[in-house]
Ligand binder design. Structure first.
Ligand SMILES: [Zn+2]
Length: 71
């Protein structure tokens, strides 16, 4: 599994369906077929990155492959 943002493989599992990239501090939540991406700031603020990522993921059909890799 690689980070969608930086392609790092330094991904930690932080919950049942939650992953965290230690390289760029992106939190990835698996929601069935859907992924939610969040940027975690140093002060703990979390902001959604879905707007930045999902259009590109859909167009390249990467989301489905990504979910399969996790499973
Ligand atoms: Zn990353």
């Amino acid at each position: 599994m690689k980070c969608l943002n930086c392609n790092s493989i330094d991904i930690g599992k932080i919950g049942k369906q939650q992953y965290f990239c230690w390289n760029c501090c992106i939190e990835i939540t698996v929601n069935g077929e859907k992924l939610d991406l969040f940027q975690v700031e140093k002060d703990g603020t979390v902001s959604s990155l879905n707007d930045l990522f999902f259009e590109e993921i859909h167009s390249k059909n990467h989301q489905h492959d990504f979910v399969k890799v996790i499973e």
